[in-house]
Design a binder for this molecule. Sequence first.
Ligand code: ZN
Ligand code: ZN
Ligand code: ZN
Length: 249
Amino acid sequence: MRLTLLGTGDARQVPVYGCQCQGCQAAYADPRLRRRPCSALVELGDQRWLIDSGLPDLTERFPPRSFSGILQTHYHADHAQGLLHLRWGQGLVIQVHGPADPEGLSDLYKHPGILDFSQPFAAFETRSLGELQVTALPLLHSKPTLGYLLEGGGRRVAYLTDTVGLPEDTSAYLQKQPLDVLVLDCSLPPQPQAPRNHNDLNLALTIIEELKPERGVLTHVGHTLDAWLIEHGDELPGHVLVARDGMEI
Ligand SMILES: [Zn+2]
Ligand SMILES: [Zn+2]
Ligand SMILES: [Zn+2]
């Protein structure tokens, strides 16, 4: 199984338009440090699924029929805005499997174009997509949101963003078997107060300790965390990595 992190930024991306902090300045100076909307591509056998669709240039990156469909975590703009372009294609249908969300994003349900939203995931439902098994895991966020457990090729990988902490039943489900890799929301540096809606580093490390993956990968990284990491990056535990756009797992 190959998981490619296409984007690893939070809703504001890095650099933040107009910001002069150390994290943003570094990203202006070195394009490899930029962070685009949080999204990924999982590949196994003949299956090739996008996880989220927030990249604005999906139609250029992915020619028609070059991917199997989309696993949507939720319908916040930074995760779904690419659908607004993709829908006006023709001659194909793209399955979008995500949470049951009565609102979705903008007018996507009213004018879905070539997008098919008709098969939302139920909580803890597992679907077999060729050799790839995908299980939908409820997360804690301001919109109905699912993380995905990806199994196949002898690997077990969890992709969990956006979330603040984890619901107990999701945590219990993931602890049933060891994880090879946990890709996890970590938007903020350590906060003095408990964070709302997204993990800060303290909470992300607590979750990693609880789920004990072989490797933890922090994604959905905001510019304040990037600035913090410039000074404190070497304080992370050895099995915890900070994601980069283009990283392959
Ligand atoms: Zn987000
Ligand atoms: Zn900044
Ligand atoms: Zn969100």
